[in-house]
Design a protein around this ligand. Sequence first.
Ligand code: ZN
Ligand code: ZN
Ligand code: FE
Length: 682
Amino acid sequence: PCEACCRELFDPSNRRYRYPFLNCTDCGPRLTIVRGVPYDRERTTMASFLMCEGCRAEYHDASNRRFHAQPNACPDCGPKLTAFDADARKLDVEDSLAVFVQAISGGAIGALKSLGGYHLVCDARNDAAVRELRQRKHRAEQPFAVMVADIEAARRLCHCNEHEARLLLSPARPIVLLRQRQETLVGQEMRLPGPPGPVTDYGDQAHGDQARLMQQIQLSNSVAPGNPDLGVMLPSTPLHHLLLRDLGNIPLVLTSGNRSDEPIACQEEDAFTRLRGIADLFLTHDRPIHVRCDDSVMRIAAAQEMPLRRSRGYAPGSLRLPHPCSRPTLAVGGQLKNTFALAHGVDAVVSHHLGDLTDLLAYQAFERDMQLYEQLFDLRPEVIVHDLHPDYLSTRFARRRAADEGIALLPMQHHHAHMASCMAEHRLSGPVIGVTLDGTGFGTDGAVWGGEFLIGDYNHFTRAGQLRYVRMPGGERAVREPWRMALSHLFDANCSGSAAHLRASTDQLHTAQRLLENGFNSPQTSSAGRLFDAVAALLTGRECVSYEGQAAMELEWLAGRSRESAAYPFELEMNERIVVDTRPVIRSIVADLQRGTERSAIARRFHNSLIDIIAAVCDQLRETHGIAVVVLTGGVFQNVLLVRGVQRRLLRREFVVYTHQTVPANDGGLSLGQLAMAAANG
Ligand code: ZN
Ligand code: ZN
Ligand code: FE
């Protein structure tokens, strides 16, 4: 809601006083309520609400703030709140919000219908409630986001500089990852000595710190266990504003309304079934959500915005391509963190986050929302770009549709698309060095790539360097069980003897060892993400991960606690391409472990080693190819310690360095790269 609407919301003399669905031409829902084009009321989920006289007059008055505001409504004619109990029985109460507020302050877990789907809500200070939520949601460790009333409240919990404050306050209202104040971590095992190295200056620290600390809020330790950062957002709907105000502006856990990793619920029936057993009560309303839309997630690193998920508030805003697409083009993205993208001409539209396509609900949304976007932007694709991976559901969809409709297909290698994505954001024409570090991508040799140094532009690339191949014993299982990658790296470095302290049974270790020896069900990988997993498993003894990238994130936090500047040795093998030999790194880590070196120091040294490796390879490539422009892309570059370190080092060596600022470095950015390639293709 805009400022004018917020004022009305809390103005007792206004006819929309405390009305949770007020909006105007400057604010209110858009993407989530659209059913078709042209965008007017009949083709939104507001169609069934007949405007009262007052609303109609505003709607037709060209001088009114609500002139042609399609979702315009008031308490007389618009949507209304309803509360339901845990068994989805409608509560026959006068004031549904009051009932919800009372339950939440009493420690209940509520399901709240927000803009793009349901959130699960509880008092973030109430340890029992937060722990109960984790248990019911089967979400053991993944951090929860917190909603607070204003910037002051955010600063009571976290460090928040001016840039971060601006981002929190922006109309998109994303979740912004902020560094928790040390004091909020009290009682936690992982006490931080403070932010590592030179960091963004905290604009708020100059004054008022003392006063703020006096009114310190204690969050439950279970909100973001062991995590130095906290995802914070401000209210993004009038309903959120009312809820917070009525609850006395306490911090609330607001997490997506789903069980573990499936897409968030956005329809009532769906919420009632899927959130049964999780929510103690539901606060819902009768304005349907047509397009499911997750919260966006942003981080600021080295004074630059770094999107981790670009969704609510950002999609379907358009981005400018470096070259126009001469034909209507559809890019279907990857498989995980999927987004698709459309363009005809220079303006590209990148979709909201659709998630993991192997989930049926996510896949259905992928097909349905794509149809909607094609209508909204009046585009019938004549070219479809897809990932090279034959088994991605997006690839299968592209092939089927191309065959059915006689559309041209354009395959694109995964890491090439990552590189093109970062290039497109900065409108580079190339050639560049694409340092592409991620978890998994299908390589042209059939191996699992993920630690790649590419050289090229939108149309072409050569794989100029890679991390040394090791095996993934058990294939996909090695992603969920990082000890497998640790074993593989130990085996590769001739240190299998040190596998005994990995958290796996002797049987498991034996079986995996046999897989490594005979290569059965153990594809080759150059993945940097898996290397992070391996080192994390060695240092933290983690057996399984409960969410993607967890091991790598823990390694980053661990490293953040050390100011160690040393690094481990490595070697570059100069063959037809540079192969980074990571075995010396692994051996040194094992030696450090045996010596009893502080684990945070080992983690930091590992980060330093990767920075050294990347700098050395880039030096080499500049020498042989004469290219000094580097793009840093792929999900591993969401690691702030790494991305800052590499950036700083390369700048010092007079490279020109680009990182992602508009679309995520992870697979959510692939579709933009795919489009840019099609555009350059003509
Ligand atoms: Zn407004
Ligand atoms: Zn009305
Ligand atoms: Fe990727």
